[in-house]
Design a protein around this ligand. Structure first.
Ligand code: ADE
Length: 222
């Protein structure tokens, strides 16, 4: 998979791309991730990419031309162009599975007050990562990238996906490690029993219990 990220702040991605699982996925060529500065596509002598909004109002608005040119510089027949915006479709794990099947994602990060509305006409999808407003689309595009890359074959153990929260619309079961007794809180006996079928059964029951308590809406969707 290839992911092209269009942003005004490529430096924000440094730590994200250079640590842990994402770093390893890049090194082992499971994914190619390229950063592109939208400012490089400005035709203005001062590399301006935003201006005041017509009709007044606070904040600057991202102009359509540099964004359009940045998208066109990387777009191919198989690209899916995604705009990160609080007005987009709320992002969910099922969406991550769907995006993980694409061969090329182009993530467009806005900043400031918003995008010129005409930018919407040349993207395929708009995604929101939740009902709150961030200063830009950079963190949302890291969220999308992280959730998609971990699903690519060979990036993490296949079994981990099956136990993920939201797989089958259930929250994850509890996990424990050493010590067996921590300040009087003991690891459930069943996990120490070595009885695989009982462990599976216990985990499934715990998933149902936790989901019922915390996210009954997920059970309704099942
Ligand atoms: N840009 C600013 N806030 C956002 C959000 N919640 N989701 C996606 N993009 C955003």
């Amino acid at each position: 998979m290839k992911i092209d990220i269009l942003t005004l702040f490529p430096e924000m991605f440094k730590g994200f791309l250079e640590e842990s699982i994402i770093k390893r996925a890049i090194q082992s060529s499971k994914v190619e991730i390229n950063l592109h500065n939208i400012r490089d596509f400005s035709k203005d002598p001062h590399k301006k990419v935003d201006d005041y909004g017509f009709g007044g109002g606070a904040g600057m608005v991202l102009m359509p031309e540099p964004v359009y040119d940045a998208i066109e510089s990387v777009r191919t027949e198989n690209s899916k162009v995604i705009l990160l915006t609080p007005q987009g479709v709320p992002y969910q794990q099922s969406h991550a599975y769907e995006l993980a099947r694409s061969s090329h994602l182009i993530l467009v990060c806005g900043h400031y007050e918003g995008f010129d509305e005409r930018i919407r006409s040349f993207v395929d999808e708009e995604i929101s990562i939740g009902d709150y407003v961030l200063t830009g689309g950079e963190i949302p595009s890291m969220v999308i990238t992280d959730s998609v890359v971990r699903l690519l074959p060979g990036v993490i153990e296949e079994e981990s996906h099956i136990q993920d929260s939201f797989h089958n619309q259930l929250l994850d079961y509890p996990v424990y490690t050493k010590p067996v007794d921590f300040r009087g809180m003991k690891v459930p006996d069943v996990l120490l029993s070595g009885h695989h079928a009982n462990i599976q059964k216990w985990r499934y029951e715990e998933q149902l219990k936790k989901t019922k308590e915390r996210r009954p809406d997920l059970l309704e969707k099942r």
